[in-house]
Design a protein around this ligand. Structure first.
Ligand code: SAM
Length: 257
């Protein structure tokens, strides 16, 4: 189990002002941490339900793009309750390391994996901006629905490059918006008007987590900007695969040297 001081009791993390562009709030990391601490117990249920279980399919696509070998060490960053870490574990790499800075989310991951913890998967508390991993020490770095939540996503991409061995793959899964304007409008109606209500009801959340979700996607950088930043960090062969009409993207880049 990860060992840290428990995070404080749920309190509002987002208000109308900070939701205009949550990426520009000075204390984004602290707010994100507080929000995930509050919603951790119902995170999986809300995730599966509100994506109509498509999240499993998106994670499978991420694993497929990683092209896992039996000798690979995978670092799943912002692993949360560990669903992507487990998806990697199931295709038999050498080892999976899950890292997240939210204790409550990691507790969920640990509960799910107690049976396999001794055999090739473990979870650590750590920050994506300063990973507790040596230079060039892993073969695959993944981050699912996490890069948008990191306060300095560009710095995180550099950090992922640092810990990857030459030949290593960076896999990013992240929400975006449908390309088709009509579909986008319909999706945003669901995303901004319906999901926040139902997800808040299920979670009992008081931090504004499910108001933050659609606003953080709507104000996040475009897939083109993210691929450009991956190239700037030194990744080659960068590609962005649109999944489910652009609701989600899977990015891959390779560290060659
Ligand atoms: C939407 S959840 C995604 C969890 C998981 N990857 C999944 O696919 O369900 C985002 C996670 O990012 C984590 N996170 C955000 N910023 C982080 C940071 N700077 N360092 C580590 N974890 C971070 C949060 O604690 C949260 O667990």
């Amino acid at each position: 189990m990860p060992h840290t001081v428990p995070t404080s009791a749920p309190a509002p993390a987002w208000d109308q002002g900070s939701l205009k562009n949550p990426h520009q709030t000075a204390d984004k990391a602290r707010r994100v941490q507080r929000m995930f601490s509050a919603i951790a117990p119902s995170y999986d249920l809300n995730n599966h339900l509100h994506s109509l279980w498509l999240d499993h399919y998106w994670r499978r696509q991420a694993v497929r793009l990683a092209d896992i070998k039996s000798t690979d060490i995978v670092a799943d960053i912002a692993c949360g309750t560990g669903d992507l870490s487990m998806a990697f574990y199931r295709v038999h790499p050498k080892y999976v390391i899950g890292v997240d800075f939210c204790h409550a989310m990691l507790q969920g991951a640990c509960k799910k994996t107690t049976a396999v913890v001794e055999r090739g998967i473990s979870f650590y508390e750590g920050d994506a901006l300063q990973l507790p991993l040596r230079d060039q020490s892993v073969d695959v770095v993944s981050i699912a629905f996490g890069i948008r939540n990191v306060s300095d996503w560009g710095q995180a991409v550099d950090e992922f490059h640092r810990i990857l061995r030459p030949g290593g793959r960076l896999i990013i899964l992240e929400f975006s918006l449908p390309h088709n304007p009509l579909l986008r409008a319909g999706y945003n109606f669901y995303f901004r008007r319906i999901l926040p209500r139902t997800a808040t009801l299920i979670s009992g959340d008081k931090t504004g987590a499910y108001q933050y979700l659609p606003e953080s996607v709507n104000t996040f950088i475009s897939p083109v900007q993210l691929t450009q930043r991956m190239q700037k960090a030194g990744f080659s062969g960068v590609r962005a695969k649109s999944l489910t009409a652009g609701i989600c993207y899977c990015y891959r880049g390779i560290r060659y040297a």
